[in-house]
Design a protein around this ligand. Structure first.
Ligand SMILES: [Zn+2]
Length: 262
């Protein structure tokens, strides 16, 4: 077990190597998530067919699919037909690499790392699909919320109760919002909210909601100032919820402590 305590006694170069390995592992997962983000909203299998260029359909070789590097070497173009490759691909890979490093830094190599990296991946995929396609797919969020409950069972009875309180709280909150706004918020936000509640429990869910409305308000203002959106255009709420829940999963308890002890 490589937890934060044993890490403290390792020489610096070894710690650097571990972090680089974690980052590379994140890049590889990110590369797979690109496939998930593209195919799941289109109801395509994430295994078959193997990766190909969406323009010329040429099957990609392994050396066309090295995270980040292939994009840089190919200068962002398909090797076969020279069509531009979306910047989204290296961006998703890079962000996943960073995400893995952040979660690893917080939890070390432990059972908690496995739980919270799965949560981070679920949030990332859901937020990205909502941002790009404007839908929150049940095939990701429903298994996700069951996973949250199962992890809480492994963490003991009080954790399990927390999970149930969290998901019930989010369910009631989003039901009320949906009824009040009449379509401003969708059923997808409700299921995503329930998934978040099942992982985070009541207190961190509350923090997530506060964060997501703050991030959403700031992003909305920026978009209006940049005149990208009118005041009445709908902006998907899933990405804000996802970012807020990720921040809460890493820094939530620290933020709660600040409020308790002052
Ligand atoms: Zn091509």
């Amino acid at each position: 077990m490589l937890n934060n305590l044993t890490m403290r006694y390792l020489p610096d170069y070894l710690i650097w190597m571990i972090y680089i390995a974690v980052f590379i592992f994140g890049l590889i997962i990110g590369s797979f998530l690109n496939v998930v983000i593209y195919r799941v909203p289109r109801n395509q299998s994430i295994i078959n067919p193997p990766s190909h260029c969406p323009h010329c359909n040429t099957k990609l070789k392994w050396y066309d699919m090295i995270p980040l590097l292939s994009y840089i070497i190919l200068k962002g173009k398909c090797r076969y037909c020279e069509t531009k490759i979306s910047f989204q691909y290296p961006l998703v890979e890079f962000l996943m690499g960073i995400t893995f490093v952040i979660v690893f830094q917080k939890f070390g190599w432990s059972f908690q790392f496995v739980k919270w990296i799965i949560f981070a991946v679920l949030l990332f995929v859901t937020g990205a699909i909502d941002l790009i396609e404007g839908v929150i797919p049940d095939v990701i969020v429903v298994p996700g919320l069951i996973t949250g409950v199962i992890f809480s069972i492994f963490n003991g009875k009080s954790s399990f109760l927390q999970s149930i309180y969290g998901l019930l709280f989010m369910a009631v909150f989003f039901l009320i919002i949906i009824l009040l706004t009449r379509g401003g918020m969708g059923w997808g936000d409700l299921t995503l909210g329930i998934m978040i509640g099942s992982f985070l429990g009541f207190k961190l869910s509350l923090i997530t909601l506060v964060f997501s409305f703050i991030i959403g308000a700031i992003a909305g203002l920026i978009l209006i100032v940049l005149r990208k959106k009118g005041r009445k255009d709908a902006i998907p709420f899933g990405p804000f919820l996802s970012i807020a829940a990720f921040v809460a999963s890493i820094y939530g308890y620290r933020i709660l402590e600040i409020y308790y002890f002052r």
